[in-house]
Design a binder for this molecule. Structure first.
Ligand code: HEC
Length: 151
């Protein structure tokens, strides 16, 4: 009888060990896959490619969240925020690149830094969503023409 128990117990234990090892391997694999997709660690933006930005909403958000540093017309303020009107960075960035920068902000040691000053992520307004930033990004692109026509 005792031999029976020994014989059936060992394969059971092996089975469990194999299951636990398999679970750990799967979890580690999942973490690596998520890291690769940028879901852990790195930030990412997700905008529906068919979404049309809402300029009015963008203007409202800009006035509240950005104008204190960048000025109401985006001309920039000394020691506060860089000019956004005629900014090469704004002009040369795709929407997603621009939104990503707004989302994560910029450190003063960033190679793209124009003022050697940090910009807080989302201007410090952490409740802004990717779609909000899409609206704000579209709005700041209108500064170029406003400055050119002196509106
Ligand atoms: C607390 C002040 C502050 C707030 C609020 C702020 N910014 Fe900034 N922003 C900065 C500073 C400072 C820089 C310049 C960083 C650097 O040295 O490159 C900057 C840079 C930028 C740039 C890059 C300009 C370029 O030519 O490279 C963009 C675009 C921008 N801000 C947009 C925004 C928007 C949109 C908002 C509102 C959601 C916002 N910022 C809120 C301070 C601020």
């Amino acid at each position: 009888m005792a031999e029976d128990v020994l014989e059936t117990n060992q394969p059971k234990l092996l089975k469990w060990t194999a299951l636990v090892v398999l679970a750990i391997v799967c979890l580690v694999g999942l973490c690596i896959a998520m890291l690769g997709m940028g879901r852990i660690g790195g930030a990412q933006v997700a905008i529906d490619p068919n979404r049309i930005p809402d300029l009015k909403h963008g203007m409202k958000l800009y006035t509240v969240s950005c104008a204190t540093c960048h000025g109401a017309a985006g001309k920039g303020l000394p020691h506060q925020g860089a000019p956004l009107a005629n900014s090469a960075f704004v002009t040369n960035s795709t929407d997603l690149q621009l939104i990503l920068m707004l989302k994560i902000g910029r450190t003063q040691d960033d190679p793209k830094s124009v003022m050697k000053l940090p910009m807080p992520a989302k201007g410090g307004y952490s409740n802004l969503t990717d779609n909000d930033l899409h609206d704000v990004a579209a709005y700041i692109r209108t500064f170029d023409t406003k400055v050119a026509t002196n509106q």
